[in-house]
Ligand binder design. Structure first.
Ligand SMILES: CC(C)(COP(=O)(O)OP(=O)(O)OC[C@H]1O[C@@H](n2cnc3c(N)ncnc32)[C@H](O)[C@@H]1OP(=O)(O)O)[C@@H](O)C(=O)NCCC(=O)NCCS
Length: 354
């Protein structure tokens, strides 16, 4: 008998076991996630629900959600964080039941629509959500720069830690950069400070600004190590990576080559978050990217990753540094009326912990 009930703390161990069995992707490419606390990511939201499915008293899977609101509170919408089913219980309608229950909760909390992210190679999950009436509204890009070679940072810009007394200028730049992006909630002094402190392993000590020759902030970005919440690894390695490995295997004897993680090995990566720049000074942001590349090497990390709308100007700049780019698709379903246009789309960094 299949039943659905709320999560309780005693479920953590069994859910972690299931998560290990659930890489997201297909036979050719799949991303695995390893955590210590299955609900750590949920604690970053104002409200959340995790629904656990049991088959004859044994946990078979779960889903989770949070409901967010626009700044004026006029519209509420749900983020379906994940749906995981133990391989032993698949193709029996468990995920379908879980998502339906999550949608019911979302509607009870007055959400008008729901969205989720699905890793591009994860065809099973895409077909699950399509069958449930969701459609692909966006392909979010994850450009990752392999940080193995120091880059020269041009001297015209000075790069500093953020001066918390000048935080208003930073907030102004971030708000302007993201103005008009769907789901972006403009920051105030209080909300920005709270945001920096809320996200584990982030904080003002990981935030940098670039000053131009007029001593004006021309670019800014935070650096976030998300590994405290979740570690990512390729459970099945993409074919392109295997080819690169064989090429680099020879090249490494004559030059520096990017580190390519072995299957199952944790990816050591830092996220570039809360970035913004003066569009008239793209070189300021490029300088910051180069500086962060060097910092990532110093911190013994292998990748510098951003998460962007495909039309975000940061993506254009990152392409100059030859990133490897992954795509996660946004799927959404309206509960009432038409879906809004997800264009351009702002990614809430709390959502990117898979
Ligand atoms: C995706 C997943 C949650 C599906 O769970 P499930 O309980 O087997 O799904 P359901 O039985 O409810 O399937 C409903 C429909 O989804 C689609 N679907 C599910 N698994 C599929 C697969 N492997 N291939 C193609 N379509 C699939 C089918 O249309 C299916 O209907 P059908 O069985 O009548 O053909 C499960 O495979 C899983 O946990 N995968 C790993 C973790 C993951 O990727 N989670 C999603 C990330 S948020």
């Amino acid at each position: 008998m299949v039943s659905i009930r709320p999560f309780n703390e005693g479920d953590n161990q069994r859910m972690l076991e299931i998560e290990r069995l659930c890489p997201q992707g297909d036979e050719k490419c799949a991303m695995g996630v390893e955590k210590k606390d299955i609900i750590a990511r949920y604690k970053l939201y104002d409200n959340w629900d995790v629904l656990v499915s049991e088959v004859d008293g044994k946990i078979a899977g779960w889903t989770g959600l949070t409901v967010k609101a626009t700044p004026d509170q006029k519209e509420k919408y749900a983020y379906i964080t994940e749906v995981m089913v133990d391989p032993a219980f698949r193709r029996a309608g468990i995920a379908t039941k879980l998502v339906k229950e999550a949608e019911k909760k979302a509607r009870e909390m007055e959400a008008n629509y729901a969205y989720c992210y699905i890793y591009d190679p994860n065809k099973a999950s895409q077909s699950l959500f399509e069958k449930m009436g969701y459609s692909k509204v966006k392909g979010i890009k994850f450009p990752g720069i392999s940080t193995y070679k120091k880059l020269e940072v041009p001297p015209e810009y000075s790069i500093k830690y953020v001066n918390t007394k000048k935080i208003d200028d930073v907030i102004g730049l971030i708000n302007e950069y993201n103005s008009g992006f769907m789901h972006f909630m403009p920051f105030t002094d209080q909300t920005f400070e709270a945001h920096l402190r809320l996200i584990p392993s982030y904080g003002p000590e990981n935030f940098r600004v670039v000053m131009d020759k007029n001593n004006k902030i021309a670019a800014c970005a935070g650096l976030w190590d998300s590994s405290k919440l979740a570690q990512l690894y390729y459970a099945r390695e993409p074919a392109a990576m295997k080819i690169m490995k064989s090429i680099y295997g020879i090249l490494k004897y004559i030059t520096k080559v990017p580190k390519l993680s072995a299957e199952g090995e944790h990816l050591k990566l830092l996220y570039i978050v809360d970035y913004a720049f003066d569009k008239a000074q793209p070189d300021a942001m490029l300088s910051l990217l180069k500086y962060l590349n060097n910092l990532s090497i110093h911190m013994k990390q292998d990748f510098l990753m951003a998460v962007t709308d495909p039309d975000d100007d940061l993506l254009t700049l990152m392409k100059k540094l030859q990133p490897q780019t992954e795509t996660w698709n946004v799927f959404a379903k309206s509960f009432e009326g038409n879906l809004p246009a997800f264009n351009p789309f702002y990614v809430d960094i709390r959502d990117i912990i898979p």
